[in-house]
Design a protein around this ligand. Sequence first.
Ligand code: H2B
Length: 115
Amino acid sequence: MTDLASLRTQHCQPRKGKDAGLSADDVRNTLAALPGWTADANGTQITKEFRFADYFRTMAFVNAVASIAHREDHHPDLEVHYDRCVVRYSTHDVGGLSLNDLICAAKVEDLRVPD
Ligand SMILES: C[C@H](O)[C@H](O)[C@H]1CNC2=NC(N)=NC(=O)C2=N1
């Protein structure tokens, strides 16, 4: 299941090899429920930029994302700037996108950093 409500409740599992990859349709359908997340042209990663008032708030977000990564054993690439953070998920073990990426993106969407 790749709707947002379902993704929120799921947890990452070890997924390896091409068979664990998502179809272009799965990626397209799920991204419709993840506002601001975009896939690259060949569907191997999803990205979103999050903006904040200052560095302190950006780092609060970064640490919350790191906590999700630790809990789920699934790790995004993070680009950290003064007032924004670019989050990029892909699954190295499948060479593209897996359900783990969508699960983590849904969990990041649920984070709230106070203004
Ligand atoms: C054994 C462990 O579950 C794997 O090495 C995990 C760790 N975190 C990971 N993170 C990401 N982004 N992709 C992976 O394939 C991946 N694999």
